[in-house]
Design a protein around this ligand. Structure first.
Ligand SMILES: Nc1ncnc2c1ncn2[C@@H]1O[C@H](COP(=O)(O)OP(=O)(O)OP(=O)(O)O)[C@@H](O)[C@H]1O
Length: 264
């Protein structure tokens, strides 16, 4: 499935949060949205998972205007792991994961045996099986995040939207999640702050700054010392990973300007 952000813009009260963002994520591709805080990454994702309607441009799924696709149908195609995801209700882990099947069910229809098996597999994949009977409100941040990943997986989407999915995850689970995404065969649009993970996981990186697209391309072309300096205000060295050749960013705290007022 191809996801196209066709020159989308978002304005709120006359302020442009996103300007003419054009981005394509092809079938089985992972595109990483990177950029400083407030650059518009979440705003762009919200337009895709329909929490926000762009004020200009169109989001297309396989050429179809997302706005014209019935909500129930788009909910079967697109799963989102959001920053505001989760519930304030103390459902069990098992129940939260099962909620991922909602767009596929009619009324109060119970899950089939195959769907229950799907839930079990997703919980095993995200290593939360041992938490199945626990209330989600009692979980740690990382455990809760993994439950929400399992919920997104049981939705069996073709497009997966993830907003900083590695938040709260320890290193093992960060790498496990990103390698699972790489092998998923899904169309994936993901925001990440960790540029080294983004370079390792993504086919292309799209860099946002102040609501506009700065550049988009393979990590080796996008991640340059000039870009880190100009967009992120960071002095860093880029070196190829010794095994994979993927660009990796090495930071030097001494070369990065300290915030005004900090004793430098
Ligand atoms: N409803 C709103 N009204 C006004 N401003 C908003 C609204 N929603 C978002 N913004 C602003 O739009 C800008 C982009 O926000 P967004 O959440 O998309 O940034 P982001 O790139 O995801 O940032 P972060 O890396 O901090 O998560 C921010 O300056 C934010 O304060």
């Amino acid at each position: 499935m191809t996801l196209l952000l066709d020159e989308i813009s978002v304005s709120v009260d006359g302020t442009a949060l996103l300007r003419d963002l054009a981005l394509t994520v092809g079938p089985r591709q992972i595109v990483g949205l990177i950029g400083p805080n407030g650059s518009g990454k979440t705003t762009a994702l919200r337009c895709v998972y329909r929490a926000l309607r762009p004020t200009g441009g169109v989001v297309r799924i396989d050429g179809r205007d997302l706005d014209r696709i019935p909500l129930r149908e788009s909910a079967r195609m697109i799963a989102a792991l959001t920053q505001e995801g989760g519930s304030d209700l103390d459902f069990t882990v098992e129940e939260v994961v099962a909620l991922g099947r909602t767009p596929h069910l009619r009324g109060n229809q119970a899950l089939s045996a195959a769907e229950r098996e799907l839930c079990r597999r997703a919980m095993a994949q995200t290593e939360v099986s041992h938490l199945a009977g626990r209330g989600v409100l009692s979980l740690s941040g990382g455990e809760r995040q993994r439950v929400l990943v399992a919920r997104a997986l049981v939705q069996e989407p073709q497009v997966l939207i993830l907003d900083e999915p590695t938040n709260h995850l320890d290193l093992h689970h960060q790498l496990r999640l990103l390698s699972m995404l790489k092998g998923s065969g899904l169309t994936v649009l993901v925001t990440l702050h960790d540029l080294n993970l983004a370079a390792s996981a993504c086919d292309r990186l799209a860099v946002l700054s102040q609501g506009g697209l700065v550049t988009c391309g393979p990590p080796a072309e996008v991640l340059t010392e000039a870009l880190l300096r100009d967009v992120f205000g960071v002095a860093a060295s880029i070196v190829p990973h010794p095994l994979t050749g993927v660009p990796q960013v090495l930071y030097d705290l001494g070369s990065t300007p300290a915030a005004k007022g900090n004793p430098a």
